[in-house]
Design a binder for this molecule. Structure first.
Ligand code: ATP
Ligand code: MN
Length: 478
């Protein structure tokens, strides 16, 4: 048996004791031929391993370099040094894998996030990414905990699909046809009848439509899986491959929907505050350092922990789209012509508008409802005014849109006429429309972008730094 190790996090939580323990991990630093800072990814805190002077050959000590992997057996003793209560007095040290310091790409110093993106295969070995990915893990776990506790069913919706939930392109095609010489129909178009599925297919942009099928049988379901959008937007908030959580609930109206979303977001934040206090503290300090580079006026009033606490403690603001537009039009920002894009009823708010609302005006998350039908998807429920739909977006400080959702149109005639208006083929979505034919019910749901949630909780400015191997335009390394 090889795996006799104790995780460093657990060793650091113990008190000096008799008996040997074994740890395994990677060297962060080695000082004075005596002190190894060993890390195994269970926490950012390194275990100080003390090698008694003269006990080990010089040739052997030379192999203890940054990122070399070690197996150490020793005794947990009280530490005389600062920064840790206990350390490991080494009895036996084995190098499992050498790491040539001339060639190892990361130096034991601070690297920029941009540089680390180029070294994404090794960046997990830094404190920042250690914290981010442990928090990401916690959040994923909390998602399941939250819905499981509420009796929601976890539905696995397909990754390959023939439908485009948004009804608007930007999908990645999935095909086994020859790219050089695809079979063609008489009119010259590609003949997908000869393709693997006998039709054109793509990677899913959302599991919502299938989610609605689940909700109209199980009541409450959620999905949590990867979604793909071939949108060529090179922003700090968009990925081509991202993870989305999509709860869908029968017997919910828009207000029930907003209540659930707010409760869910607060639950996720609380969960991480409780389980990942050390990692949050590390990121809080990291962010404060980063902010010191900025002019005073651009620094945030609250630090990361204060911000999270504030979100948990306060009710999200709830306004209609029409009210949001009024606030923008009344703002001095607008009057001084500081928005790049114009404001008027009917616009699809740009991120500068959303950020003004949450960061400058309300200074907290805002739930905006009842958007103009013309800028929203076909499945959203038409309000009595005949102009707006029961849509709901949640906007978060620093992120912008974090949730998009709606009450769904459950009335078959209204849904069909809306689809016809928007050019969505009703024949292709016959299975979706069947839910409205057979026992239709009021229902609602939303999509939370998982990476945007991780960004919000960790304070990371770029979405590329909260997913292990980001997929963005012109970038699919690793
Ligand atoms: P945006 O306007 O920011 O592009 P959207 O309106 O396209 O968002 P929805 O289609 O409502 O977003 O998707 C639901 C949620 O998925 C969004 O609220 C957001 O959190 C997340 N999301 C959408 N597109 C992306 C993307 N390209 N990368 C990461 N997350 C995304
Ligand atoms: Mn989008």
């Amino acid at each position: 048996m090889f795996n006799t190790r104790i995780k460093i996090k657990d060793v650091l939580a113990t008190t000096p004791q008799e008996g040997e323990v074994t740890v395994m991990g990677w060297v962060r630093t080695f000082r004075n031929n005596q002190f190894v800072a060993l890390n195994d990814g269970s926490t950012n805190a390194n275990l100080q391993v003390v090698l008694e002077l003269g006990k080990f050959e010089d040739e052997f000590l030379k192999r203890i370099t940054t990122s070399a992997s070690l197996k150490v057996t020793g005794i947990v003793v009280a530490s005389l040094g600062k920064g840790q209560a206990v350390e490991l007095k080494a009895l036996n040290v084995e190098v499992l894998g050498d790491s040539d310091p001339e060639k190892y790409p990361l130096q034991p110093k601070k690297h920029s996030l941009e540089f680390l993106r180029e070294k994404a295969h090794l960046r997990f070995r830094t404190n920042t990414f250690g914290s981010v990915f442990r928090i990401r893990h916690s959040l994923a776990f909390a998602v399941h905990q939250f819905f499981n506790d509420k009796g929601f069913l976890y539905l696995h919706t397909p990754i390959i699909t023939a439908s485009d939930a948004e009804g608007a392109g930007e999908t990645f095609h999935v095909s086994t046809l020859s790219m050089d010489k695809p079979p063609r129909s008489e009119d010259g178009s590609i003949n997908y009848a000869e393709d693997f599925f006998g039709r054109a297919t793509n990677l899913t942009v959302s599991g919502q439509l299938e989610g609605e099928l689940g909700a109209t049988a199980f009541g409450d379901i959620y999905t949590f899986g990867p979604t793909f959008r071939a949108e060529n937007s090179n922003t700090a908030r968009h990925l081509a491959e991202f993870w989305m959580i999509e709860p869908e609930m029968a017997f919910y109206d828009i207000e029930d929907n907003a209540n659930l979303a707010e409760e869910f977001i607060k639950y996720l934040i609380r969960y991480v505050m409780e389980k990942n206090a050390d990692d949050l503290e590390f990121l809080r300090t990291r962010l404060l350092d980063e902010e010191k580079q900025k002019p005073q006026a651009e620094r945030s009033e609250l630090d990361l922990l204060q911000k999270l606490q504030f979100v948990v403690d306060n009710k999200f603001e709830r306004i209609t789209y029409t009210e949001a537009i009024d606030i923008l039009l009344q703002s001095s920002h607008y009057k001084k012509k500081k928005f790049q894009y114009d404001v008027s009823w009917g616009i699809d708010m740009q991120s500068e508008h959303e950020r003004y609302l949450v960061e400058k005006h309300f200074k907290k998350p805002v739930i905006v409802t009842n958007y103009p039908a013309a800028i929203k998807s076909f499945y959203m429920r038409m309000n009595d005014d005949g102009k707006t739909v029961a849509a709901m977006d949640i906007l978060a400080p620093g992120i912008g849109e974090i949730v998009g959702g709606s009450q769904r149109e459950e009335r078959l005639d209204k849904l069909e006429s809306r689809m016809n208006e928007m050019g969505i083929p009703t024949e292709e979505l016959w299975w979706y429309l069947d839910t409205r034919r057979f026992g239709t019910v009021p229902h609602a749901g939303f999509g939370l972008g998982f990476e945007r949630m991780v960004q919000f909780v960790t304070g990371m400015g770029n979405i590329r730094d909260v997913i292990a191997f980001p997929r963005t335009p012109k970038n699919a390394e690793f």
